[in-house]
Design a binder for this molecule. Structure first.
Ligand code: SF4
Ligand code: SF3
Length: 554
């Protein structure tokens, strides 16, 4: 069985994975993920028609929007390797498509694209879900035209968008305009009538909606947990056993902290969960010990030495080696899944029961310390606005000359040591603005701080939080633009050096483009799904360029 996937930075040979994913995704999982996206497009075809006639047809059940978000999130790189779980999501989607189709028929609505394969394909068994799609859908059915490249770029942006919408929805925030865009844009990915210019417009609108989704998630997070504060986060280990929480979902972390507060254990964050330590709503939990370890790709070693159970609230899962000591201690929830890892779903009351995880922690050994000391984080927009006066003073005095936005994803390829070297070689009058797990390439370097003439100092690494908190970095840039009296965001003394790995970075990139940011350096390699024509468009219109290859610091 063959496969084709080129959605992430690890696409084999810089072109695409064809036998097995570099991420560990099998050909059958790849086929099922393609099938899930195909069914999501089918659901979207009917949902979009209903959205267009919302005054005459009963509105779409919230569960359909939730299913769409979860379906797309499930196919993000390293999120879900569990074929059975993906099949169940496909079956659920087919049921929703039938329901929406019936509503359209009952209302006598004309459904554009009802003849599209996605609108009627109806696999009734596992093997049909896998085999029925070989050559029918998925990117191997597309030629390398600009139109198809733009369809893939849009699809991957929508995956990232869905992840952020999912997190906000888990905290009770939804937006019908964003939901409607998601279905409209999904339909665009299967509409053969759209030319490159129409698809480019959709890609740009995805960037606009990416900003709106990150703003919504920011409101959801800060509304529930308060504004992140500058915080020294422990990176050591305590004497009690613990649970390690990875991923981005703050609602999951809150439920776990609530349920474990009297259990005699500690909770540690891993990778993208690190910024949770800076929210007042989480700092109140005395058993939130700190952050353990680094970026996702180091999980084999770090999960082994952690010794206690691990919870994945979102990507990134790395398949464990055969004899991994931790393999029977890993739990997944939300969009994630891996065969053999226990999945924690919501109960009828909408809550998740983490008691099995907590019991397992209580009979585990305490974590083996990997390092000691602290790191500083918590510089989301509210905290940075409090630093605005000293920052401006430092700029005016010449002590602070430039900012470099180094945000995005980390990854395991050796080329990524470029980012550590780049950070180390920056001149001492430069401040790094970061977000996402890319920060682990430099957040433990001793880069010091910049003195402010009237007293105090500004740290040379300002960490806004998770990849979705790139929104905070954009607000910081806009605040600086106002304060310095500039009329163009590109006149600011800010360079952008974005590292990408998976599809959340795609929506972050499109969001930056929507905000008018130009001359972004993107690496460590450009996406394989960009056709020569689309790559040229990004270079000519936005000045996007790659990092030097082989990666050299300049
Ligand atoms: Fe390959 Fe990335 Fe696709 Fe995995 S997600 S199969 S590594 S391109
Ligand atoms: Fe991306 Fe896995 Fe790190 Fe949120 S999500 S940044 S790689």
């Amino acid at each position: 069985m063959s496969m084709f996937c080129f959605q992430c930075q690890e696409a084999a040979g810089g072109k695409g994975c064809t036998v097995v994913g570099h991420c560990g995704k099998s050909a059958s999982t790849a086929a099922l993920q393609d099938a899930l996206i195909h069914v999501a497009r089918g659901v979207a075809i009917y949902a979009d028609t209903i959205y267009q006639h919302s005054s005459t047809v009963a509105s779409i059940p919230d569960e359909v929007d939730a299913w769409l978000r979860l379906a797309l999130f499930t196919t993000i790189t390293n999120a879900n390797f569990d074929d059975d779980a993906i099949e169940r999501r496909i079956s659920k989607g087919l049921a929703w498509r039938l329901e929406l189709q019936k509503r359209c028929n009952d209302a006598g609505l004309n459904v554009p694209l009802a003849s599209s394969h996605a609108a009627f394909w109806n696999p009734v068994s596992s093997s049909e879900m896998v085999q029925g799609l070989q050559g029918e859908i998925g990117v191997n059915s597309f030629s390398n035209s600009d139109e198809n490249s733009l369809r893939e770029l849009l699809t991957y942006g929508l995956k990232g968008l869905s992840a952020y919408l999912h997190h906000a929805a888990e905290l009770g925030f939804t937006d019908s305009l964003l939901n409607a865009f998601l279905v409209r844009a999904l339909v665009a990915t299967v509409n053969p009538e759209l030319d490159a210019s129409a698809l480019t417009a959709f890609v740009m609108e995805a960037g606009e909606k990416g900003v709106a989704a990150m703003a919504q998630l920011d409101s959801a997070n800060t509304g529930r947990y308060g504004h992140p504060e500058q915080t020294e986060i422990s990176i050591g280990a305590g004497m009690r056993p613990g649970i390690l929480v990875s991923g981005h979902d703050l609602a999951d972390l809150e439920e776990l902290l609530d349920q474990s507060k009297d259990a005699g254990i500690d909770i540690y964050t891993h990778c993208e969960m690190l910024p949770a330590n800076c929210y007042p709503g989480f700092k109140k939990y005395r058993h939130l010990y700190g952050n353990y370890g680094n970026a996702w790709w180091q999980q084999h070693e770090e999960f082994t030495s952690f010794r206690g159970p691990i919870l994945f609230t979102t990507n990134c899962i790395v398949p464990p080696p055969n004899n991994a000591a931790y393999a029977d201690k890993v739990f997944t929830t939300g969009a994630t899944g891996f065969p053999g890892y226990r999945y924690i779903d919501k109960g009828f009351d909408g809550r998740k029961d983490f008691s099995e995880l907590i019991s397992l922690a209580q009979c585990s050994e305490p974590p083996e310390p990997l390092e000691s000391g602290t790191i500083i984080s918590g510089f989301a927009h509210n905290q940075v606005s409090e630093l605005a006066t000293p920052i401006l003073e430092a700029i005016e005095s010449g002590a602070l000359k430039r900012f470099v936005v180094m945000a995005g994803c980390d990854g395991r390829h050796s080329q990524r040591s470029y980012y550590s070297q780049f950070a180390e070689k920056l001149s001492k009058d430069t401040v790094i603005l970061t977000a996402g797990c890319a920060k682990y390439r430099y957040n433990k370097l001793k880069l010091g701080s910049i003195d402010v003439p009237s007293g105090g100092s500004i740290p040379r690494i300002i960490d806004a939080g998770q990849c979705n908190d790139s929104y905070s970095l954009a607000l910081t840039a806009l605040t600086l633009k106002e304060a310095l009296g500039l009329d163009d965001i590109n006149s600011l003394p800010i360079d952008y050096n974005i590292a990408w790995y998976e599809q959340k970075a795609v929506i972050v990139l499109l969001s930056l483009l929507h905000l008018g940011v130009k001359n972004i350096r993107l690496g460590p390699t450009l996406p394989a799904f960009l056709s020569p024509g689309v790559a040229t468009l990004l270079v000519d219109k936005f000045g996007i360029h790659s990092i030097p290859v082989p990666a050299k610091v300049s």
